[in-house]
Ligand binder design. Structure first.
Ligand code: CUA
Length: 197
């Protein structure tokens, strides 16, 4: 995220940001409805009322278009693709299996079953990390949470596929790896740790 451009937006999580947008849109709808109720007269001529509603609708349409255009420009600049295309500083192989994680630095030609790794790994903060994520058995979900319990990155771990996830740890600290795809009884204990140094 471009923290230099949008410090206020960057401080919000995606969930809180979209929640705020939804709240604003809901307020606009409530305001508009209230305005229409307060300004409508029962005996007004049909033609005059129709003209007024059409005028209001046109202004609403233009206003909405401007808001959406601004939101489009802002959100396009927050897209992660540019970061994804940046050359990775480090590659990490991740294999999910019932019910643990195998992680190791570097890319691997081994099959997910052969691959050996640990469910705890240390990685540099502030560097572009490319996680190559596979599964040795069923579908799992490789999700990274920061120390505040906020989901910062995730991708599916699927048998037969190698999914890539680009992430740059913004600050040093301990991050938690949690499986977000139900994968059997002990699914909830399928955790790992990433120490960003
Ligand atoms: Cu692995 Cu849930």
């Amino acid at each position: 995220m471009k923290t230099d451009l949008f410090p206020l937006l960057a401080a919000l999580t995606a969930q809180k940001f979209s929640g705020g947008i939804f709240l604003m849109a809901a307020l606009v709808v409530v305001g508009l409805t209230t305005y229409l109720i307060l300004t409508s007269r029962t005996r007004e001529e049909k033609y005059a009322a129709k003209k007024r509603v059409y005028g209001l609708r046109a202004r609403y349409f233009i206003g909405l278009s401007v808001i959406l255009l601004v939101a489009l420009v802002i959100s396009l600049r927050l897209l992660p693709y540019e970061r994804y295309q940046a050359k990775p500083d480090e590659t990490v192989t991740v294999v999910a299996m019932q019910w643990t994680w195998k992680m190791a630095a570097g890319s691997s030609d081994q099959t997910p079953l052969e691959f050996t790794g640990s469910n705890e790994i240390s990685l540099p903060a502030g560097k572009n990390i490319r996680f190559v994520v596979a599964s040795a058995d069923v579908n799992h979900n490789f999700a990274i949470y920061n120390s505040q319990g906020v989901l910062v990155a995730q991708t599916q771990a699927m048998p037969g596929y190698r999914n890539e996830l680009a992430y740059r740890f913004p600050e040093k600290g301990d991050y938690m790896v949690i499986c977000l795809e139900y994968c059997g009884g002990p699914h909830t204990i399928m955790t790992g740790k990433i120490h960003a140094l």
